[in-house]
Design a protein around this ligand. Structure first.
Ligand code: GDP
Length: 296
């Protein structure tokens, strides 16, 4: 386990003892430690560079060098900047539309889309008293359609049947029509994922988006994906107008630097965090708490 940023900085400050004052070059040394800590937490390199530049401006401006405990002062600035970066923007689900509100779930295979779809259904039923319908537009994996059926049942929501012979857009349109006729408040559309980004997948999800005009298009990202999360986020952002991110598997031991990368690359707020495999393992994302985790 790598040492925490606070440990690293206090070690550094100890070596500075005896110096009359802390110089700009000491601040540079501290920023190098911050950079290492962020890379260890799996934040992508270009994102780290950008972040460090912002922190540097603040650190020099806020006289870290003149403070009694410069290490702690800098950790404070870094923590605040991390939380502000990851937490900026509206974090709630926007369902303010003529019902049914459509929520499109996007992401790579294995990211946790199907699980998150059911978790979200449960949350909307229990916390927001919504009538929720789910549908799977994954026509490549019949097992995925069945999986959604099972977890939707666990969530206490309703499931709209689909088959691999149908076109994804037709499935989504039929589900939307059903949702309208039966007065559902929300339709959650689970989509096919691939193990890697490919153009066919992106074209398909763009067509799906155009077919049902979702109010929310959520990108589900596996926190364990680490550095690669940046490429996933970039590709999906180019294909879709993302309105939010769900970061899954935060119960694992990933430090969760992906949150910062994905937030920065997409500009979309991180709305939820997946914290277990269970159906109730979804929390509203807490940027403040997550900043502490990233820093260690
Ligand atoms: P999909 O291919 O994107 O639909 O992914 P799934 O929903 O099938 O999830 C893939 C695996 O990740 C399953 O074994 C899920 O139980 C697991 N999973 C999803 N979200 C979480 C989470 O927040 N925490 C943990 N520990 N496992 C998760």
């Amino acid at each position: 386990m790598a040492s925490t940023l606070t440990d690293r900085l206090s070690r550094l400050v100890k070596t500075m003892r005896g110096q009359a004052r802390i110089t700009e070059s000491n601040v540079q040394d501290m920023l190098r430690e911050v950079r290492m800590a962020l890379l260890e937490a799996d934040v992508a390199l270009p994102v780290v560079r950008d972040f460090i530049q912002r922190v540097k401006d603040k650190a020099l401006g806020q006289e870290v060098a003149g403070s009694l405990n410069p290490g702690q002062a800098l950790v404070g600035i870094v923590h605040k900047e991390l939380a502000a970066t990851m937490g900026a923007g509206v974090a709630d689900l926007d369902l303010a539309t003529q019902p049914p509100a459509v929520i499109l779930m996007a992401g790579l295979q294995g990211a946790g889309k199907t699980t998150t779809t059911a978790k979200l259904a449960k949350l909307l039923i229990e916390k927001r008293k919504k009538k929720v319908l789910t549908v799977s537009a994954d026509v490549y994996r019949p097992a995925a359609i069945q999986q959604l059926k099972t977890v939707t049942g666990q969530a206490g929501a309703e499931w709209f049947a689909s088959t691999p012979e149908q076109q994804p857009q037709d499935i989504a349109r039929a589900a939307l029509d059903h949702a309208r006729r039966h007065h559902f408040d929300v339709l959650l559309v689970d989509t096919a994922g691939r193990l890697a980004i490919d153009e066919a997948l992106m074209a398909e999800i763009r067509a799906l988006h155009a077919a049902v005009h979702p109010v929310e298009t959520l990108l589900v990202v596996d926190a364990m994906q680490g550095q690669d999360a940046v490429n996933t986020a970039k590709a999906f952002k180019e294909a879709l107008p993302l309105t939010g991110i769900v970061l899954t598997k935060l119960d694992g031991d990933a430090r969760g630097g992906a949150a910062l990368s994905v937030r920065q690359v997409t500009g979309a707020p991180i709305k939820f965090a997946g914290v277990s495999e269970k159906i109730d393992g979804l929390e509203v994302f807490d940027a403040e708490r997550h900043a502490g985790r990233v820093l260690g």
